[in-house]
Design a protein around this ligand. Sequence first.
Ligand SMILES: N[C@H](CCC[C@H](N)C(=O)O)C(=O)O
Length: 279
Amino acid sequence: MKNLKFTKMHGAGNDYIYVNGLTENIENASQLAISLSNRNFGIGSDGLVLILPSDSCDFRMQMFNSDGSEAEMCGNATRCVGKYVYDNKLTDKKEITLETKAGTKYITLLEGDIKTRKVTVDMGEPILDPILIPVNITQNPVLNYPLNIDGKEWKISCVSMGNPHAVVFTEGIKDFNLPVLGPKFETNPIFPRKTNTEFIEIVDRNTLNMRVWERGAGETLACGTGACAAAVAAILNNHCDRKIKIHLLGGDLDIEWRESNNHVYMTGEAVTVFEGTIL
Ligand SMILES: N[C@H](CCC[C@H](N)C(=O)O)C(=O)O
């Protein structure tokens, strides 16, 4: 894709390539995600995000993992899209609606500047029905369900934020060999559409530590939908209260699951790193 203009951004270290689909013509976005995400021969990223026109919202987001697979939703990217459209004067609003494959998301731009901005996203309601996640387990909701992997029993709690998540409450996560362990969850046959997997340490009733093995991307420094899923699972398992700070390798995310409307709210930074053109 010669002369393709892009912007490199990250949310808590979860970095994506952003392309303005209103002006750039994108062919085969899946293949483009693979080639541009390559950290040696491409730009290097966790995937590709297209910002597109929408009939129902201010904008539409299409998100592709670095393996080329398209995901229903991406929390960190949603914050960055909000910052992108404001900084590039595609809107002058600070309350922005975004059409995604997981429904409409509501973005609120908070304090910030051209480099870094704090952003809150209303991520909507968590999905707990195993049929809708999907996960081949009859328990509903799926909480602390025993999953045997290579002879070790793990307890998983399954939540969807439009994309599937298996949340594991455990200890010693900094020593986990995720490149070996992660794929055994991601491609486990009980997940018909694979899964993202969050490995969580409970610090206290308002604090979690998290590492994540993402579907289609491997270990990332942060996962917004994963942080939301982990917060919901922690609250349902009575490990935490409804406001939780989550420490991820790339930074912190503040999650609130509001009792009043059953919506999950995620607040964190969106950072613009550089702009460029593909030669
Ligand atoms: N790998 C995810 C998509 C990206 C999610 C993550 N980066 C986020 O911030 O929510 C999936 O295939 O469901």
